[in-house]
Design a protein around this ligand. Structure first.
Ligand SMILES: [Zn+2]
Length: 388
């Protein structure tokens, strides 16, 4: 091997790996995905996680957690305002890991606050109100395929913003979180969302076709997820997302597609922060010990049916309450297992406890009813709060 130059060796090592394609369906709701024929088609080739919990029910902190494998409370991106406070020197991102081993890295997003630009060769921003994402991203696949044929691996991060754009125009800019008219029109809210969701389905069909046409399934890991769900009027006080920690926004989905794994559905709760270590594990890329340890864990043992202890999922957000902008620090926090959730509303020092199996829409608050699980979850909450 000594006749290879360092660069050639780097390319040779990179060549053996799979490409990575991450697609975020911004605001994609789990219940819609479960009913969708397009997404069922996707599930037939995926390791499907129908219980994937976001760190933050809003875009930037959710994606910073996904890409760094760590919660915003440690990585610095813990509010709408904190993308620029992401601790780049302490948390190495998935992009940087892949770039270091020779991947060509490309992000196409609607705002530069969504994820750290570090490690990206191309970091493209589109205007969400003008763009045709089906066309634009279809073209990107051609570009990536050309790279791949030159024996370079690629990492492509695509953000499907269509649902977000529609909700911004017709909900966020029209109503506030306490607008009765919005909450009294549940049917209209559902229909508005469903119409937007259909555009996401068309987008996914395009993606599937492109990956098939370019014969990229075999050589790529494809992760399709959403950053958070969106309210259709379930709870007064949250017209869209980002105010509460209820399951209609924090519980999302993940389709993990790789020729290394047979399709299956994983019932255990997993978290956005687990996918970065999972991808590195699959690609045999070791964690860099010069950086802080991750909050997430590799899901490869779980996918392979090995013993796996389900982890606590931590979520936090800044409820704007009566103000018209979110606060600079989270004030609403939750810890969750696949069966129970404890919410702590820090702004008024109240707690909520829900039995998610019996009460998935979280209407029957069981706090202070003497259940042992309450103390257990509170202790888990404190452990996470005290971790550094
Ligand atoms: Zn979002």
């Amino acid at each position: 091997m000594q006749h290879y130059s360092n660069l050639n060796l780097k390319l040779l090592i990179a060549m053996k790996k799979k490409n990575l394609i991450i697609i975020c369906i911004d605001g994609g709701r789990l219940d819609r995905v479960l009913k969708s024929n397009v997404f069922k088609h996707l599930a037939a080739k995926s390791v499907f996680f129908p219980q994937n919990i976001t760190y933050a029910p809003y875009t930037n902190s959710a994606i910073h957690a996904l890409i760094s494998g760590s919660y915003g409370r440690r990585n610095g991106c813990f509010s709408y305002w904190h993308s620029i406070k992401f601790k780049n020197f302490e948390f190495k991102t998935l992009t940087e890991y892949l770039h270091d081993v020779g991947y060509y890295t490309y992000a196409d997003i609607h705002s530069d606050l969504i994820l750290p630009d570090s490690g990206f060769d191309e970091f493209e921003i589109f205007d969400e109100s003008l763009v045709d994402l089906k066309q634009r991203h279809s073209n990107l696949f051609e570009k990536m395929k050309a790279r791949n044929e030159d024996d370079q691996n690629f990492f492509l991060y695509l953000h499907y913003a269509g649902i977000h754009t529609g909700i911004m125009n017709s909900v966020l800019n029209v109503y506030n979180n306490y607008n009765k008219e919005y909450f009294e029109n549940r049917k209209l809210n559902e229909k508005r969302y469903d119409d937007l969701f259909r555009t996401a389905e068309e987008y996914i069909e395009m993606i599937e076709k492109k990956i098939t046409d370019f014969n990229l399934w075999k050589d790529s890991i494809v992760l399709i997820t959403s950053d958070h769900g969106i309210s259709v009027g379930e709870k007064f006080g949250e017209r869209a997302y980002g105010a509460f920690c209820y399951d209609y926004t924090i519980k999302t989905f993940a389709y993990y597609i790789s020729s290394d794994f047979e399709p299956k559905e994983i019932q255990e709760q997993v978290r956005h922060i687990d996918f970065m270590p999972t991808i590195l594990d699959q690609l045999n890329i070791e964690l860099d010990e010069n950086f802080k340890p991750l909050d997430g864990v590799s899901l490869i043992p779980l996918i392979n049916g090995k013993s796996f202890d389900e982890k606590i999922a931590y979520t936090e957000t800044g409820n704007p309450l009566k103000s018209n902008a979110p606060p600079k620090k989270p004030n609403t926090k939750s810890v969750r297992t696949s069966k129970w959730k404890l919410i702590y509303n820090e702004y008024n020092n109240t707690k909520e406890l829900y039995n998610l199996e019996k009460d998935p829409i979280e209407t029957n608050n069981l706090i202070n009813s003497g259940l042992e699980i309450e103390e257990f979850l509170w202790n888990e909450f404190l452990k996470i709060q005290n971790s550094i």
